[in-house]
Design a protein around this ligand. Structure first.
Ligand SMILES: Nc1ncnc2c1ncn2[C@@H]1O[C@H](COP(=O)(O)OP(=O)(O)OP(=O)(O)O)[C@@H](O)[C@H]1O
Ligand SMILES: [Mg+2]
Length: 220
């Protein structure tokens, strides 16, 4: 038991992040904004640590955990393990310039059905904000990627999220536009859903941080 907790504290050691303080903050914010029952689970420590390493740009730990600090984050895991909650809470910890907008893939698809192709530009080529005379690319976190393909109003004509991801990839290359996302899908399911062109580009612009397949549903 002692050796287990030692190896655990070693794997979350950082010169940049005060991990205990961050966990305290997240738990407090979680109780306030997510649910009064919100608690940080011990089995989630490593995932949370990796996310903090990424967002606080802890270079040595990023290297150790295979995280590329120039890419975005894809948080994967089974239904209800807490992906959306974590991405919502981490946002509170970031400087305004680093903050991302969380938008559900399903809502974007519904927006497309209402507004048409302008929606694709809105979330890709036109996703810039004016900050002090500078045009800064807007980072988005697309929540629940992959569920929206079940909405069949437009059949296979246009896969809205695939188009947005392809466009954002071009903007990632030319303007370093960052994309984050959450999903229940595995890499091969993403390929089935969006095709291999999207998957290959996602791989180039997004790090995968994965909950264990067995991670429990926190909804129960
Ligand atoms: N650490 C936690 N402690 C207690 N409850 C939590 C915790 N994290 C999430 N929850 C609760 O569990 C439920 C599921 O969380 P969340 O929506 O973040 O999961 P998810 O992984 O995004 O699920 P889905 O795959 O369905 O989108 C929510 O009702 C949330 O309030
Ligand atoms: Mg979710």
């Amino acid at each position: 038991m002692a050796s287990h907790s030692k190896s655990h504290s070693e794997s979350v050691r950082s010169n940049v992040i005060q991990f205990d303080k961050c966990l305290e903050f997240l738990e407090k914010a979680g109780k306030e904004y997510i649910s009064p029952k919100f608690q940080i689970w011990k089995e989630d420590h490593l995932i949370i640590f990796k996310l903090l390493v990424y967002f606080y740009q802890d270079k040595p730990n990023a290297e150790k955990h295979g995280i590329d600090l120039h890419k975005g984050i894809l948080l994967t895991g089974p239904v209800g393990c807490g992906k959306t909650s974590l991405m919502t809470l981490l946002r509170f910890m970031l400087a305004p310039k680093k903050q991302y907008i969380i938008k559900s893939a399903r809502d974007i698809t519904l927006e497309f059905i209402q507004d048409g192709y302008s929606t694709i530009n809105k979330y890709s080529k036109a996703a810039f904000q004016q900050t002090g005379g500078e045009l800064i690319p807007k980072a988005y976190c697309f929540d629940d990627l992959g569920v929206e393909s079940n909405i069949k109003y437009y059949g296979n004509e246009t896969n809205v999220m695939a188009e947005i991801l392809l466009s954002r990839y071009d903007m990632f290359i030319s303007r370093h536009m960052l994309t984050h996302a959450t999903t229940n899908l595995s890499a091969s399911e993403i390929e089935n859903c969006y095709g291999n062109r999207v998957r290959s580009r996602m791989r180039e612009m997004i790090n995968v941080i994965a909950f264990d397949k067995e991670a429990k549903d926190k909804r129960v």
